[in-house]
Structures are given as C-alpha cells and as structure tokens.
Write a protein that binds this ligand. Structure first.
Ligand code: B12
Length: 288
C-alpha cells in the first residue's frame, strides 16, 4: 500500500501554508484522496509529480521521508554526474541520494539519470579502480549507495495504470551486477509499464517459470558478465524460445554483449542505453 501524507506535512515540506496546499488540491493541481472520515491525503509520487511540474522546491525533505538537503543542487547533468561520482567515492549516502532526487525533481528523466549520471559516474569509478587509484571498498560502498538512491527514485515515480503492460527482467546466473537491471525497471516504470526486476543471478529455468506465470509483454535481460559463453548462449536460446512461444518480446542490453556474441543470439531488440529501450518499449504499445 502507498504511504499517504497529510496536507500539513506536505505544506511544511515545501514551505507553503496549509491553506494554499488545500486550495491546490481542491483545484485539482495536486492529486489527493480522502479518508473514510473525509480528510485529505496525498501520495508521495503525486506530490513529486506536482513539484516537477510547478517548480516548487522542497525545503524540509525529511517530512516526506526523503534524504535531507545538503549543499548545492546540480544545475546540469554533467555537474550531477561529477557530484554523484564524488559522493559515491566519499561514501556520502544522503548527499548522493539528494543529488539524484534533485535532478529528478528538476525534470531530468530516469533514463538520463541512469544512462548519463549514474552509469557515467560508475564508469569513471571503474576506470579509477582499474588504474589502482581507489580501493575496492569504495566501489562496493558506492553500489550500496546507488541502490538506495534508486529506491528513493522508485518511491517518487508515478504508479503505472492498472491496465499497463507488464515487463519483467533481471540477470542470468553468474551475473551479479545489480544496478543496470534496477535502472531498467525504473525507466520502464517511468514510461508507464508495470515493470518488475526479479534481481540478479537467476537460473534460466526460474526465469522461464516467471515468464509462464506472469505472461509479460516484455522480458529484459541485462548482461554485464559472461563467465562461460556456451552456457550463456544455451540458456539464452531456451529463454528466447519460451518467450517467443507466448508472444513476449525479449530486450537485451549490457556491457558484456559484444557484437560477436550478438550475432549468435536471437532477440527482439538490443539496446545499449535505457533511452533506446524506452523508445522500443513505446513502439510495442502503438497500435499496428
Ligand atoms: C560495481 C562493479 C562491480 C561490482 C557490482 C556490484 C553490484 N552490486 O552490482 C562487482 C563486485 C560484482 C564487480 C565484480 C567484478 N568486476 Co566489476 N565493475 C563494477 C563497475 C565499477 C560498475 C558496474 C555498474 O554497475 N555500472 C553502472 C551500470 C548502470 O552501467 P552499465 O553496466 O554500463 O549499464 C548501462 C548500459 O550498459 C545499459 N544496460 C545495461 N544492462 C542493460 C539491460 C538492458 C535491457 C538495457 C536496455 C540496457 C542495459 O544501460 C545502463 C545505463 O546506461 C564497472 C565499471 C563500469 N564501467 O561499469 C566494473 C567493471 C565492469 N568490472 C570489472 C571487473 C574486472 C570485475 C571483476 C573481474 C573484478 C575481480 N577481479 O573480481 C569482477 C567480476 C565479477 C563477475 N562475476 O563478473 C571491469 C570489467 C573489465 C572487462 N574487460 O570486462 C570493469 C569495466 C571495471 C574496469 N574498468 O576495469 N564489479
């Protein structure tokens, strides 16, 4: 169930009077529900949608259960990427979550946050690690922080309509990379899909169970690591056959899918960014 906020909490969080807030609700500018007793209640995702549209700032984020404001908000995506990189490396959890949320509130899409800010920051961190410039624990801690930031974003995204098409996905056995599949879930949710990441390290057989039981319109697979190419290709071929049989489109992406490997695979779409995947997913929803 969604966590609901009172008008007083929201008014204090954005620094306006409770009566202004109630007026916006009554005018329909801000969605709300009424309790059985007739009291107004607001959901966080509706409040966030209003803030993105109206340009109002959050002055007391903690009242909405969001990370506290600290320092400056990034003005551009490039600046955001640099600030996120620094916060990840320094282990500044609240700062990083706040930057990501501020970018979203300022109108940056989940795709841009995923493709450019977070992936960009992690590519820099990976390069620094490879050169021996940073200790491994900083990278691991950075991943934990990024997961927290993505969970905040998840709470701020609008709920997809009940009749939205379903999408599921994850990574296969031996692929422990958590961030990309989580980002795919959020990018699809922002595009109005009921998307669920099933997580990482999934045996192909359990993904086939999930396909059968959920009958999604789309299955995604994120592929960052392939320890054994033959096993991967066999697992993937079985999964693709099961998906095709029931009319599920298969989208693949991830740094381990080299051109040579892709020539040996069949799929509905290969996308190297979240943005490409969202365009493809939109095309599935257009009437033919
Ligand atoms: C964090 C990390 C790890 C963590 C991950 C932890 C976790 N909880 O997820 C762990 C500890 C598992 C790890 C381990 C290793 N890692 Co590592 N890791 C990274 C690092 C720093 C970030 C990865 C990440 O999450 N990036 C953020 C994501 C979002 O970016 P992305 O993967 O590029 O995804 C984007 C696109 O590819 C695309 N995408 C991805 N999937 C999908 C799916 C779909 C459907 C779509 C549409 C799009 C899409 O969209 C995303 C957003 O744009 C990278 C550096 C890098 N360049 O990424 C190294 C990196 C991948 N690791 C590397 C190495 C060497 C290793 C180890 C071998 C280290 C070791 N000696 O143990 C092991 C191997 C583990 C294994 N089994 O494979 C190397 C790989 C080098 C190579 N030639 O392949 C890299 C590149 C670091 C480097 N520069 O050397 N690693």
């Amino acid at each position: 169930m969604k966590h609901l906020l009172t008008p007083k909490q929201v008014a204090q969080a954005i620094g306006v009077s409770e009566s202004s807030l109630k007026r916006w609700c009554d005018r329909g500018a801000l969605s709300m529900v009424r309790t059985a007793g007739g009291h107004r209640r607001l959901s966080l995702d509706d409040v966030v949608a209003f803030l993105r549209q109206s340009g109002h700032q959050i002055v007391r984020p903690e009242l909405l259960g969001l990370p506290p404001a600290r320092g400056q908000s990034p003005a551009t995506i490039d600046r955001g990427r640099e600030m996120v990189r620094q916060a990840l490396l320094a282990g500044e959890d609240a700062q990083c979550r706040r930057i990501v949320l501020d970018l979203y509130l300022a109108g940056t899409s989940v795709c841009e946050i995923g493709d450019q800010v977070l992936a960009g920051a992690f590519h820099d961190i990976g390069d620094a690690w490879e050169c021996g410039d940073i200790s491994i624990y900083r990278e691991r801690r950075g991943c934990e922080i990024a997961i927290h930031a993505l969970h905040d974003l998840s709470g701020a995204l609008p709920q997809p309509p009940l009749d939205a098409p379903r999408a599921i996905g994850g990574t296969l056995e031996s692929d422990p990379y958590q961030l990309p599949t989580l980002m795919v879930e959020l990018a699809l949710r922002e595009a109005g899909w009921q998307a669920t990441s099933l997580g990482t390290l999934l045996p192909a057989l359990t993904l086939m169970d999930a396909l059968r039981e959920n009958k999604p319109r789309l299955l995604w697979l994120s592929v960052s690591s392939i320890p054994d190419v033959e096993t991967f290709l066999a697992d993937f071929a079985a999964l693709h056959a099961a998906a095709t049989e029931q009319g599920t489109a298969v989208v693949v992406g991830g740094r381990a899918l080299s051109e040579e490997l892709r020539r040996q695979m069949s799929y509905s779409a290969y996308c190297d960014t979240l943005r490409h995947m969202v365009s493809f997913a939109q095309s599935l929803r257009q009437p033919a």
